[in-house]
Each structure stands twice: as structure tokens, then as C-alpha cells.
Design a protein around this ligand. Structure first.
Ligand code: BDP
Length: 693
């Protein structure tokens, strides 16, 4: 039954079901291996499937269904089942605790890990995929299928994997009205009005895609939420979703509005030290757990952007979080967001100042969710100074997969490149090598709970993410959440092969487009570490005119002086970490630089800024040209869809450069590059994503 549903949802899995390439199948297309010799090799390496799994575990059943769907597609034939390996090429699916047979197998990859090993059983050469849980087995199956999808050998395998972060949680900024805050791929995935009675088949497909990259949690509602979403009717809807996601190893979390005790609990206050408030949350957590036994816990955005919080009562963020932590109890967690600003004219130091002094005051099941940079998911930011600064606090990095500040679903920006740099940044918290990855995944401070949050870019669009290339960011986030030290280029390589083609010409060209795309975007949107330029509301195009104070523009120069001579924000970092910020990439983030100062290229700052914008525009054009050359190697539907987006990106890049430089010129009166006329508009640039250039 499950297999039938899968096949219906992912028509590409079953080549018999005709469907065009519309992106729905993501990286799980399972198309027949095109190379005849390789296909023959795979067919002899996969001759039968032997199941050593218990009958009851639904996750084991998911693993087994996935294996058979994947093999059927890739090998273009169904693979028979056997009870015991009786020929070379058997695949043995083994859920260790469930199998009570004669042979014993002990694996040390924990409750979520797996092994894939070429071995001999009963005199035959077999491949064992084994795990200590059904969910581990799902991850192992997806890994094995990935080897074939990416045309890698399946002989001589000795793979052992376990995730570096324990909780890998997608955060959906979906609202019950169907809209998604900062979502660019249609409406919410959750059909609020149909739940709990009707379950859209896409829920299962979503779960399957998440499981394929190791995602094991989902916060189902927006950070800006309403109390009504914790009412009994709503809980029934969340529970229905949780039931679909559970077999795929995905736990549900909910965002809680801090003032819920007043709005739905009949209380006069939401002071965390008030016994009535504590009782309200305890009852609410119990009620949710009745409906969702594996409920992961609450996420809270408090005292931020108009959301209520403990500060209303003069309490600390720790008071607020700990009260909720007591309510959810040790089986759950409270994800308390550190995104707080407004105390200082420049928001960069706010979050650190609010939270660093509270280190050690949070309960063991509270985690702070800290955005990658101190401002707000900007295209380029230094890492947030809280990483490394709170050794006695659980901290989850929060990354934004949806491209709120990076061209929405129109611009091709592969965020794997940004995140690789983020995880590799050295906090120097315990000397050199104290990278953000090691701080966050618990190797440095041994936090009791580790995890990572990604703000999802999924929606109701047929291809899930609006743009086919935005799928890569969902994919890369999942893979990096499993292991933040993987190379972004290797992840891109896998994604391209699974999503587009294994043809070396296509793989090479697409990979170079992707790997350069983040730097290209930064150059035409926010070069040299300019702090903050986005248009208000849409956050699509830059708006240099109304953000002057946020990035420090004046007749003498540009940039924010956050050094010892300026506002000293740099002191929030460990002394040895500060040298990293001398890099050109962060120049204007940390320094106010005179227009005529010579920079590392020998140009003046103004000349360099103009050159950066020009390189950004040229980079966007090069991406579009590269893609055009791939037309024979990519299916026409998706090729055309991407080409249309790239055309928009090229036009935007030029417009954004022109608007920004022209506006800076009105302040510094320095000559504009020859191809930009003085008389044009200075901003804001067109904001609406559906407005054709
Ligand atoms: C900002 C978004 C806003 C979010 C906020 C947050 O513009 O829509 O609510 O982040 O993270 O980037 O809470």
C-alpha cells in the first residue's frame, strides 16, 4: 500500500508512469541508469533483496519500500525478494534490534546511523545495509540508492555514518491562511482547512524527501504565530500531520506564542514566574503530547519584532525559556530564538548583548537558536559572535534556506558555498580550530543537546521550491545538517547528478555555476561587506537610499566602524578571531573606509566598489550563458524554466548595480563607470518579483 502511494506521488520513480520533468521528484528521480555497461554491473550487484527487519516497525517498511521503488526505477526491472541470501548480489536490509535470527550483528553508529558493507553471507557476496533503528535504515537505503543515482561503485563498500547534529529541523514559516512568510514557492504545504480529515499525498512525499537527506524534525508553523494554533482543533490538525511524518523519522515541533496564557488561557498575564502561567503551559504541553506522543517541543520568538516575551514583566529570556522548558519536561525541548534587536541604533551587537551574559542560566532542555550572522540572514555576514561565547548553553545554528535576501526564487544562489564558509569559520573559543561546526555540533563544549534549524523554502509549487535550483539549497542544508564538514562542492556534485544528469559536461558546468553563484550574488547585491541594504517589506532588491544609517554612507566614505576605534562591536569576538575580518569580504562591515583609500587591488575604494558590481553583473551573465549552452543535455521543460529565471537575474543584477552606484555617487560625487548614466533612478529598485524587467 505504501509503495503504491509513493509511486502515485512520485510518478518519476516508476518510469512506466509517463510524466514530464517538472521538478516534483526533486533529487529522487530514480531514472534508469543510461549507460548499458554500468546498468549491467549494477544488475549483477543487486540480484535480490533479503529483509532482516521486524514486521511491526513502520520505518523499516518505509526503508524497504524505498529500496524497492528506487531499484525498480534505476535498474528498470523489479528485484525479487528472498528470505536468505542465496546468490551473489543480495542486498540484506538489516534492522539490528528487530532481527532475532541466528546471525548477530553489532553496529556502533548510534540510534540514527547506519552501515553499508560488502560482505560474505552463506558463501555469497552480498551488500548489508544495517542500522540500529528503522529510521537509521531509511537513511542507509537512501545512501545506497544515492551511490547508484550518482553512478558510483557499489562493490567493496565499507560505509559507516552517523549524524553530527542530533536534531535537524526544518522551520516552516507557514500560516493557517495558506501564506508563507518569506516563502516564494506558492502556498503552504499544509492544507489547513482539509486537516485532519483529508491528508494531501504531498505530505508523504515531503517526508520522504526530508528523510532522504536526514532531516528529522519540522517546526510546522511560523515564528510569528497566533495562540489559536495551540487550541484543541489546531492540535488535532498538527497531530494528523505528525502521524504522516513519524514513520519517516520526523518529529513535530510547534511555535508557541508567549502571550497564549492570556489569549486562550483566560489569564491576565503571561509572566513566566506566575504559577497560573506555569500551570497553563504544563497543561498545554501535556495536551499536545496526548495527541502527539513524540512531540519535539516549542519554538519561541519572544521580545522580538513585536512578539511578546518575558521582558514585558522585567524577566530575563532565561526566565521565559526555563518556564516553558519545565512545562515540556525532559522529553521535549524549547527552542528559544536569539533574534533580538532594537536596543541599539545598530542592531549588530544586540543579540550578543542580550544573551551572552545569560550563559549557564538556561535549563538543560532549552536551546538557543542563533542565526548564522549577527544581523539577519544577509547575503554576507561574519559569523554570529554568540558561537563560542556560551559554552554552558545548547545552541542551534539557524540558517535560512529560503532566499529572503538572496533574490527570492528568481536568482540562482547555491547556499552550500555560504554555509561551508560559515561552519569553517574559526571562533577561537578554545584556541585555533574552534570552528563554528565544532562549537555547534557539540565537539567543543559537549552540550547535552545538539541541532540545527533551517528556514524552509518549500511550498505548494509543483517543484516544491519555485526554482529548480532552489531545491539544491534544501538538499545541501540537509546534507550539511548531517555533517557540517562536508564539502559544498561534493554535495553539489551529488545533487546535480541526481537532479539533472550524470553527463560529465553537465555536471562540470552546473557545478561551476553553482559554486560561484553566492559570490556573484554578493558582488551585485552587497559587495565588500556592506552591512545592510534591503528594501523594506519585500527584501528583494537593494534600497541604498533608505538604509544609509545601517551601512554608514557619507561624503567621506562608506562602511561601519566596528573596530576598537569605532563602536567596538568587534570585541564581541575572541581576540584571535578578529584577524579573519580583515579580509576584503568584510571590509565595510567592520570599517568605515574613505572613498580614495587604496585597497588591496591597488584601486581606490570607489574604483573597487564599481569593479565588484561590474564583476557581479558579468558573473550573472556568465551563468546565464553557461546554462544556455547546456540546452541539449537537460530536459527542455526544466531548461526553459531555469533560463527564464536567469534572464531575470541578469537584468536585476544590472539594475541593482546601477541604482546603488548612482545613489552612492549622489553622496560622493565621484565619476560613475562609463556605462551608467547619472540621470537614471537611484532607488529603490523594482521590488515585485512578478514584475518583468
Ligand atoms: C526576518 C524576516 C521576518 C522574520 C524574522 C525572524 O524578515 O519575516 O519573522 O526574520 O527570523 O529575516 O523572526
Amino acid at each position: 500500500m505504501v509503495a503504491a502511494i509513493l509511486l502515485a506521488g512520485f510518478c518519476g520513480i516508476a518510469p512506466r508512469i509517463a510524466c514530464g520533468e517538472d521538478g516534483y521528484n526533486l533529487w529522487l528521480r530514480y531514472v534508469k541508469v543510461p549507460d548499458a555497461a554500468l546498468l549491467a554491473r549494477y544488475r549483477s550487484g543487486v540480484t535480490e533483496v533479503v529483509q532482516r527487519i521486524g514486521p511491526e516497525d513502520r520505518s523499516c517498511a518505509v526503508a524497504s519500500d524505498e529500496l524497492s521503488a528506487g531499484l525498480t526505477g534505476l535498474l528498470d526491472e523489479s528485484v525479487p525478494a528472498a528470505t536468505t541470501p542465496d546468490r551473489d548480489g543480495a542486498i540484506v536490509l538489516w534492522c539490528v534490534p528487530e532481527w532475532r535470527g541466528k546471525e548477530a550483528l553489532s553496529i556502533t553508529t548510534g540510534s540514527q546511523g547506519y552501515v553499508i558493507r560488502s560482505a560474505r553471507m552463506g558463501g555469497h557476496v552480498v551488500t548489508v545495509i544495517a542500522a540500529n533503528s528503522g529510521v537509521g535504515l531509511i537513511y542507509g537505503v537512501f545512501h545506497f540508492l544515492r551511490l547508484m543515482q550518482t553512478e558510483r561503485p557499489i562493490e567493496g563498500l565499507d560505509i559507516a555514518e552517523q549524524p553530527k547534529f542530533e536534531r535537524r529541523i526544518l522551520s516552516h514559516w507557514d500560516t493557517p491562511g495558506g501564506s508563507i512568510e518569506r516563502g516564494y514557492a506558492g502556498q503552504s504545504l499544509w492544507q489547513w482547512n482539509e486537516l485532519p480529515g483529508k491528508l494531501d499525498p504531498r505530505y508523504r512525499d515531503y517526508a520522504r524527501a526530508c528523510a532522504s537527506i536526514g532531516i528529522n524534525g519540522a517546526i510546522l508553523n511560523n515564528v510569528n504565530t497566533t495562540s489559536q494554533l495551540l487550541e484543541p482543533d489546531a492540535i488535532r490538525k498538527w497531530a494528523a500531520l505528525a502521524d504522516v511524518l513519524r514513520p519517516y523519522g520526523i518529529r513535530v515541533y510547534l511555535t508557541a506564542k508567549y502571550s497564549a496564557p492570556m489569549e486562550i488561557g483566560g489569564l491576565k498575564a503571561c509572566d513566566p514566574l506566575d504559577p497560573g502561567v506555569r500551570e497553563f503551559w504544563k497543561r498545554k504541553a501535556d495536551e499536545i503530547r496526548q495527541a502527539i506522543p513524540d512531540f519535539g517541543g516549542f519554538q519561541v520568538k519572544a521580545d522580538s519584532e513585536g512578539q511578546p516575551g518575558p521582558r514585558m514583566y522585567g524577566r530575563t529570556e532565561a526566565d521565559g525559556a526555563n518556564m516553558l522548558a519545565a512545562a515540556v519536561g525532559p522529553g521535549g525541548i524549547v527552542i528559544w530564538r536569539a533574534f533580538i534587536y532594537g536596543r541599539n541604533p545598530d542592531r549588530a551587537p544586540d543579540s550578543y548583548n542580550a544573551f551572552a551574559p545569560l550563559d549557564g542560566e538556561f535549563a538543560g532542555n532549552v536551546v538557543l537558536s542563533v542565526k548564522n550572522g549577527p544581523i539577519d540572514f544577509q547575503p554576507r555576514e561574519p559569523f554570529h559572535p554568540l558561537f563560542g561565547a556560551m559554552p554552558r548553553t545548547n545552541i542551534f545554528p539557524e540558517l535560512e534556506i529560503t532566499q529572503e535576501y538572496m533574490g527570492h526564487d528568481w536568482h540562482l544562489v547555491y547556499l552550500g558555498a555560504e554555509w561551508e564558509q560559515f561552519f569553517g569559520s574559526d571562533t577561537f573559543a578554545r584556541g585555533p580550530g574552534s570552528t563554528v561546526a565544532r562549537v555547534a555540533d557539540g565537539r567543543l563544549f559537549h552540550q547535552s543537546i545538539t541541532g540545527i534549524i533551517g528556514v524552509a523554502n518549500t511550498g505548494s509549487d509543483r517543484n516544491w521550491c519555485g526554482s529548480d535550483f532552489a531545491q539544491a539549497n534544501w538538499y545541501a542544508w540537509g546534507r550539511l545538517a548531517w555533517n557540517p564538514e562536508q564539502s559544498a562542492a561534493d554535495i553539489a556534485d551529488d545533487w546535480i547528478r541526481m537532479t539533472w544528469s550524470n553527463d560529465p559536461a553537465a555536471v562540470g558546468a552546473i557545478k561551476s555555476m553553482m559554486m560561484g553563484s553566492w559570490e556573484t550574488f554578493v558582488r551585485y547585491d552587497l559587495p565588500l561587506g556592506i552591512t545592510f541594504l534591503p528594501q523594506t517589506i519585500s527584501h528583494y532588491a537593494p534600497d541604498p537610499k533608505s538604509r544609509v544609517r545601517a551601512y554608514g554612507l557619507d561624503a567621506a566614505g562608506i562602511g561601519m566602524d566596528r573596530t576598537a576605534k569605532g563602536d567596538k562591536d568587534i570585541d564581541q569576538y575572541f581576540p584571535r578571531a578578529r584577524a579573519q575580518f580583515d579580509e576584503p569580504a568584510y571590509l565595510l562591515w567592520f570599517h568605515h573606509v574613505a572613498w580614495d583609500r587604496k585597497v588591496w587591488t591597488g584601486r581606490t575604494l570607489w574604483e573597487e566598489l564599481c569593479a565588484q558590481y561590474a564583476e557581479g553583473v558579468a558573473g550573472a551573465r556568465a551563468e546565464a550563458a553557461q546554462w544556455a549552452r547546456l540546452s541539449g543535455l537537460i530536459d527542455p521543460e526544466r531548461h526553459a524554466a531555469v533560463a527564464a529565471r536567469l534572464a531575470r537575474q541578469v537584468a536585476d543584477a544590472a539594475t541593482w548595480r546601477d541604482y546603488c552606484l548612482r545613489f552612492f555617487h549622489t553622496v560622493n560625487h565621484l565619476p560613475l563607470p562609463g556605462d551608467i548614466s547619472e540621470s537614471g533612478p537611484v532607488g529603490p529598485a523594482p521590488a515585485r518579483r512578478d514584475q518583468e524587467p
